[in-house]
Design a protein around this ligand. Structure first.
Ligand SMILES: Cc1cc2nc3c(=O)[nH]c(=O)nc-3n(C[C@H](O)[C@H](O)[C@H](O)COP(=O)(O)OP(=O)(O)OC[C@H]3O[C@@H](n4cnc5c(N)ncnc54)[C@H](O)[C@@H]3O)c2cc1C
Length: 389
C-alpha cells in the first residue's frame, strides 16, 4: 500500500503551528491505514463510499472542522486546509464527503439557521450520526445556478417545494438536504429531511470520475415542510449558496494539492524503481524535467494555499482570491496527475496505482464548485470591473 512521502521543498512545515501539524498528521495516518486499503473496492463498485469510516472521521473532528461550538473541532483555517489536503491524498471522494458535510451543510446551518435548527442538526452532523447534502445544481442550471427553477410556495405556516436537483453528492445517504429554491423574487434555503413525503433521491450510475462517492438526483414533488423546522431564516438570495461555495472552494484549493502530492510521490518512487535501457527511469533527463515541474507547481500551490489560509484566519479573504486558488491548484493537480499516469506507462492504467484514479477524479473537481472557466471569469470581472459576455 502506498506510503506517503511529503514534498515540502520550501520547508513550509516550519511555518505551521504544532496543532496544525498534529491535525494534518492524524488525518494522514487515518487515510493511509483506514481509507486506502478500501478505496479500490469502492471505486470498482461505482458510486459507493465506505460509510463504516464515518464514525472515525467524526472522532478526528473532520466534519465542520473549522466551525465553533456544537461539537465541532474549531480548528483554524490552515489546519482545516491541511485536513482537506490529506483527505484528498486519499481520494477526491473522501475529501468531497467531508467538504459537503462541513462547508456546504453545517456551515449554512451554523451561519443562517435558527437556534433550534442549529441545536437539532449540528451536533449530529459533527458526530457523523446524521449525513447532509447540498442541493443547488439542477439538470438545466449548473454554472448559472441563479436561474434555478425549484420553487418554494408559502401556504400558511408551511412551505411547498417542487423541483429537481442533479449531481448532488451524498444525496441518497443524506438524512437532511439543504435545498435552494426560488421563493417569490428571491432564493431561500430549506432543510428537507429524508423520508418527507414527495422527496426522493436516486443515484447517478456510470460515473467515470469520483466513483468512491455517492452522487444523486433529488426529486421534490409537493414536498410540504414547516417554516420553523425547514426555512433557514438568516439568508436570502444567491449570497446563501455562494457563501457556502466559498467555504468549500477554499477546501478544494488545499485538497487538490493532496491529490497532486500523491501522484508526485507515486511517479517519483516508480521512476526510481523502473529500469529502462539499463538504468532507472529517474536517471533520464526528460523524466527529471517532468518530476521537477511537478514539484515546482506543488510548491507554488502550497504557498498559495497557506497564504489564503492565513488571510482567512485574519478575516481578510476575498472570494476572488479563493477563485484564483481553486482554479490554479486544481489545474496544476490535474496536469500532474496526467504526467504521473504517463510516467507509469502501462502500469499507470490499472487501479493498483493511484495516479489515474486521481486524474479522473480531478476532472470532476475541475467542474464542480465553479468550473475552471467560471473562476477565470470571476477573476476577469474582478480585475477589469467588466462582466464578460
Ligand atoms: C461528481 C459531482 C458532484 C457534484 N456535487 C454537487 C453537489 O453536491 N451539489 C450541487 O449543487 N452540485 C454538485 N455538482 C454540480 C456541479 O457544481 C456542476 O456540475 C457545475 O457547477 C457545472 O455545471 P454544469 O455541469 O451544468 O455545466 P455547465 O454550466 O453547463 O458548463 C458546461 C461548460 O460550459 C462552460 N461555461 C458555462 N458558462 C459559461 C460562460 N458564461 N462562458 C464561458 N463558458 C461557460 C463551463 O465552464 C463548462 O466548461 C456536482 C458535480 C459532479 C460532477
Amino acid at each position: 500500500m502506498l506510503e506517503f512521502d511529503s514534498p515540502d521543498f520550501l520547508r513550509l512545515d516550519d511555518l505551521l503551528a504544532d496543532e496544525e501539524r498534529l491535525s494534518r498528521d492524524a488525518v494522514r495516518d487515518f487515510v493511509s491505514k483506514d481509507f486506502l486499503p478500501l478505496v479500490q473496492e469502492h471505486v470498482r463498485k461505482d458510486g459507493s463510499f465506505p460509510m463504516q469510516l464515518v464514525p472515525r472521521m467524526a472522532e478526528l473532528g473532520l466534519f465542520g472542522a473549522n466551525l465553533q461550538g456544537y461539537g465541532c473541532a474549531g480548528m483554524n483555517n490552515v489546519a482545516y486546509g491541511l485536513v482537506m489536503q490529506e483527505l484528498e491524498r486519499g481520494d477526491s471522494g473522501l475529501r468531497s464527503f467531508a467538504s459537503v458535510q462541513g462547508g456546504l451543510v453545517m456551515y449554512p446551518i451554523h451561519g443562517y439557521g435558527s437556534q433550534a435548527q442549529k441545536e437539532r442538526w449540528l451536533p449530529r452532523l459533527a458526530a457523523g450520526t446524521a449525513i447532509g447534502c447540498f442541493g443547488l445544481t439542477e439538470p438545466d442550471f449548473g454554472s448559472h445556478a441563479s436561474g434555478l427553477r425549484t420553487r418554494a410556495e408559502k401556504k400558511g405556516s408551511k412551505w411547498v417545494l417542487n423541483g429537481t436537483k442533479r449531481w448532488i453528492t451524498n444525496g441518497s445517504v443524506a438524512d437532511v438536504a439543504i435545498v435552494w429554491a426560488r421563493a417569490g423574487e428571491t432564493l431561500r434555503g430549506f432543510l428537507v429531511e429524508r423520508g418527507t413525503r414527495g422527496f426522493e433521491a436516486r443515484d447517478i450510475k456510470g460515473k467515470l470520475s469520483l466513483r468512491a462517492s455517492v452522487t444523486s438526483e433529488l426529486f421534490l414533488s409537493d414536498v410540504e415542510v414547516s417554516e420553523d423546522e425547514s426555512l433557514l431564516p438568516g439568508v436570502s438570495g444567491m449570497k446563501g449558496p455562494l457563501s457556502c461555495l466559498t467555504q468549500a472552494r477554499y477546501g478544494i484549493a488545499w485538497g487538490a494539492l493532496g491529490a497532486a502530492m500523491a501522484c508526485y510521490d507515486e511517479a517519483l518512487r516508480y521512476a526510481k524503481d523502473r529500469i529502462v535501457q539499463g538504468g532507472p527511469l529517474a536517471g533520464k533527463q526528460i523524466v527529471q524535467q517532468k518530476l521537477v515541474a511537478m514539484l515546482t507547481e506543488i510548491t507554488k500551490g502550497q504557498l498559495l494555499a497557506l497564504r489564503l489560509g492565513r488571510l482567512k484566519d485574519e478575516g481578510k479573504l476575498h472570494h476572488a482570491m479563493v477563485s484564483m486558488a481553486k482554479m490554479n491548484n486544481v489545474d496544476v493537480a490535474l496536469r500532474i496527475a496526467r504526467e504521473a499516469r504517463d510516467l507509469l506507462g502501462a502500469n499507470g492504467i490499472v487501479d493498483d496505482y493511484a495516479s489515474m484514479r486521481h486524474m479522473v477524479n480531478l476532472e470532476t473537481v475541475r467542474t464542480y464548485e465553479g468550473t475552471h472557466d467560471i473562476h477565470t471569469l470571476i477573476l476577469g470581472e474582478h480585475i477589469t470591473g467588466m462582466r464578460a459576455l
